[in-house]
Design a protein around this ligand. Structure first.
Ligand code: LUZ
Ligand code: MOS
Length: 759
């Protein structure tokens, strides 16, 4: 099935918030924000700004009718500053103007005086000063402290990991429109409609049933709109509520880059030990997470870091400590992978470093330590249905892991200007929200009298194709044509209590809720059809829009009387049968006890392997990623085009994180890489050849139609490129012993090519 948005996307006809026709009287919001990283506001002089023609008003914290608090997990984030500011970009006031241009001009006329305070930009320093979001957490198994004596090789090192800007094509946006009797309709570019509803209601002092959130689609999100869309929806809602006019906010790219948090930078210490036969026995790792100025989702993200400390390996003695430290940066947030990429990069760095000090290659150590069914993870979940060894073997069969390394060694012997590098990589990623409570979803189906169908779920469309998949689910279950089904915008009045569209779990959760709703309607329809066809209802079958009786093979009996779908629907309607149903799903079997940090948090795991080859120009430090070869477990393939879209997009986004995208801040904490020219993301000419092999099987009942989650896992493949590049650098400069640091940009590669020590 093709993406249902294909034609409107290509023709530029798809509607995003900034494309919506303006309601008369709409005011435009421009945010007044802090230009210092930490301090107290002494005075705001906005007289000149207010006197500008077309400026309606300027709103501050004191004008908020409800609670000035947008923090969800922790209440530590005011919507608008109460005297204090904690990062550059901290919102102070909202300028309501007749056009965005007038608002921007007015902003330049406001003078703010501050008393500056020292700021902290380093999570280790924040930890020393006890600036913590929550007490550190430890996940542990075995006995790490005593295992080192049993190891033949023990190393310790530090890893530095950079953040990543989401760069969704559509910036943060919201449009609030007053309704009658005090109700408010808020269009929001959010992954989390219910969270936005809850926080808007809190800020305005309304109950949730006075706030309707509507999400047609987002122009990309990548985690950046899981929590951070809240603020902008609240701003539009507040502007609208106080002015009693429609109010709209669409961030400029520049404001979006300054105000919104990124993927979390981490600084990590580890110790790892193995035996002479390559078995890793112990791993002790401490993650210092740079959370930024408020909690946002940082605690959930560090939790996922701890879960993924061992990636796809079995390590019998492991201790992972997670420190979420408060700094004076924009609050960092969810980003595809949600803390797991930092964990996976760290364990891969440790294994790569071990390989360099032993007689094994990196890929040999990876293979020796792969997890097997029956292994217990450090958080207590027993591995089952693992395909990781199968995938590794398939990668080897198809792309010859060791042989490729030997070919590249040969190439490097005879080439000096260009050096090549290759690295293989296994991935294990847990599927489910780590907060058990979030693993629920609802759906709503209406079948209309003419046989057409409207479906709604709590999932949101961000370009990933969720809506297409949901139509496919309904069409398959009813066995009618896709054209008969229309999917509605996600709206809190149709489906309530939605979980964020996140954690790669959206199609599973909402698809299964939809399945639950569809089955209720199908059951009623079969009862009616049984009466019409004069057969027991369990003998009725609906197949490709035809309703009839099953033959001995369970197929439609062509010799028996049949009727069309549309005819069954109208007959059911005339018999006063309910043609609507609500469906619900909660993931069964998952649990976690955070007192002992053990449980079974994941419904299943996503597995995959890849092999990446790079070519490095040793004169310039520039490189190309030649190929990324992938063998990925997709379960029972449901939609090849959509899965391929996620695989290719994820790989390229992962490569951007590891090799190109570098966030640069000035000494005062100001983001310097605040434009597309200063912050480089992969473009089409950077995109490597990708050979993607989808490994298909039938063994995943926890996925929708036995498929497997595909949203986040492919991003991790970008990690292998960094090790391939490191190998290419070492082929030229064997004495290079530089820090494991991400991203490894051309600039850094050049320095590593000509460095002579660990400087
Ligand atoms: N969001 C969330 C996520 O709230 N919980 C999670 O476990 C998660 N995992 C991945 C991505 N987003
Ligand atoms: Mo996400 S990082 O699945 O919003």
């Amino acid at each position: 099935m093709k993406n249902i948005d294909l034609y409107s996307h290509v023709r530029g006809e798809s509607i995003y918030i900034d494309d919506m026709p303006l309601v008369a009287g709409t005011l435009h919001i421009v945010i007044l924000y802090s230009s210092i990283a930490n301090g107290i506001i002494l005075n705001i002089d906005d007289k000149d700004a207010k006197s500008i023609d077309g400026v309606h008003s300027i709103i501050y914290a004191r004008d908020i009718p409800g609670v000035n608090q947008i923090g969800n997990i922790f209440p530590d984030e005011p919507l608008l500053a109460n005297n204090e500011v904690h990062f550059i970009g901290n919102a102070i006031g909202l300028i309501l103007a007749e056009s965005p241009e007038i608002g921007i001009h007015a902003r330049s006329c406001v003078k703010i005086e501050y008393e500056e305070k020292p700021a902290v930009f380093d999570p280790r320093e924040a930890y020393e000063k006890d600036f913590l979001i929550q007490p550190p957490r430890t996940f542990e198994n075995g006995d790490v402290d005593t295992i080192w004596d049993s190891c033949d090789l023990v190393i310790e090192d530090t890893v530095e990991i950079g953040g990543q800007e989401h760069l969704y094509l559509e910036t943060q946006a919201s449009y609030a429109i007053p309704q009658e009797a005090g109700k408010l309709l808020v269009h929001s570019s959010t992954q989390s409609p219910t969270l936005v509803q809850k926080i808007v209601a809190r800020v305005l002092g309304l109950s949730m049933n006075f706030v309707e959130i509507d999400v047609k689609r987002m122009g990309g999100a990548f985690g950046g709109k899981e929590d951070q869309a809240n603020a902008y929806a609240c701003m539009a809602a507040l502007g609208s509520y106080l002015s009693n006019k429609p109010a709209k906010i669409v961030l400029s790219r520049h404001d979006d880059m300054h105000l919104t948090g990124k993927r979390h930078p981490y600084s990590v210490d580890y110790k790892i030990g193995m035996t002479n036969n390559g078995k890793i026995l112990g791993y002790d790792v401490t993650f210092y997470q740079d959370a930024g100025a408020s909690a946002d989702l940082s605690t959930a993200i560090i939790e996922r870091t701890l879960f993924h400390a061992a990636n796809a390996y079995y390590i019998p003695n492991l201790r992972a400590l997670g420190i979420s430290a408060r700094t004076n940066f924009h609050p960092h947030t969810a980003f595809r992978g949600f803390g797991a990429p930092q964990a996976v990069f760290t364990i891969e760095s440790a294994i790569h470093k071990l390989a360099g000090k032993s007689q094994f290659t990196y890929s040999q150590l990876q293979e020796i330590n792969l997890m097997k069914d029956g292994d217990e993870t450090h958080y207590g979940q027993i591995m089952e249905n693992s395909t990781i060894s199968t995938l590794w073997n398939k990668l080897d069969d198809k792309f010859s892991i060791r042989q490729k390394e030997i070919e590249i060694e040969e190439y490097n012997k005879t080439n000096s200007r260009y050096k090549k590098g290759v690295a293989a990589f296994p991935l294990c990623f847990g599927i489910s929200f780590t907060k058990i409570m979030l693993n629920q979803a609802g759906a709503l189906i209406h079948v209309y009298q003419d046989g057409s169908v409207a479906i709604s779920t709590g999932g949101t469309e961000m370009g990933q194709g969720l809506q297409t998949r949901m139509v496919q689910v309904a069409a398959t279950l009813f066995s009618i044509s896709y054209e008969k089904i229309k999917i509605e915008a996600t709206n809190t009045t149709r489906v309530a209590n939605t979980s964020p569209s996140a954690a790669s779990a959206t199609a599973d959760l909402n698809g299964k809720a939809l399945e639950n709703a569809a089955n209720k309607i199908i059951k009623r329809l079969k009862t009616k059809a049984g009466l019409i066809l004069n057969q027991p209802e369990d003998q009725i079958i609906i197949k490709n829009g035809i309703v009839g009786v099953m033959d001995s093979n369970g197929e439609l009996d062509r010799d028996h009387k049949t009727l069309e779908w549309d005819e069954l629907i109208i007959q059911s309607y005339l018999s006063r049968i309910d043609l609507s149903a609500h469906g619900f799903y909660q993931t069964p079997g998952i649990h976690f006890d955070s007192n002992i940090e053990k449980g079974h948090p994941f419904a299943y795991y996503s597995f995959g392997t890849c092999q990446t080859e790079v070519t490095l120009d040793t004169l310039r430090g520039t490189f190309i990623v030649d190929t990324v070869n992938v063998v990925h477990d997709v379960g029972k393939l449901m939609n090849r085009e959509l899965d391929l879209g996620q695989l290719e997009g994820g790989i390229v986004q992962g490569l951007g994180w590891t090799l190109m995208e570098e966030l640069k801040y000035l000494d005062d904490g100001r983001l310097a890489s605040n434009t597309f020219s200063a912050y480089k993301i992969p473009d089409i000419s950077f995109t490597p050849e990708m050979n993607i092999d989808m490994y298909e099987h039938d063994d995943n009942p926890m996925g929708i139609f036995r498929s497997k989650a595909i949203g986040e896992p492919p991003l991790f493949y970008g990690i292998s490129a960094l090790f391939a590049l490191k190998n290419a650098i070492s082929a030229f400069n064997p004495s290079n012993d530089s820090t494991y640091r991400l991203p490894l940009t051309p600039e850094r590669a050049l320095m590593d090519l000509y460095r002579s020590d660990n400087s």
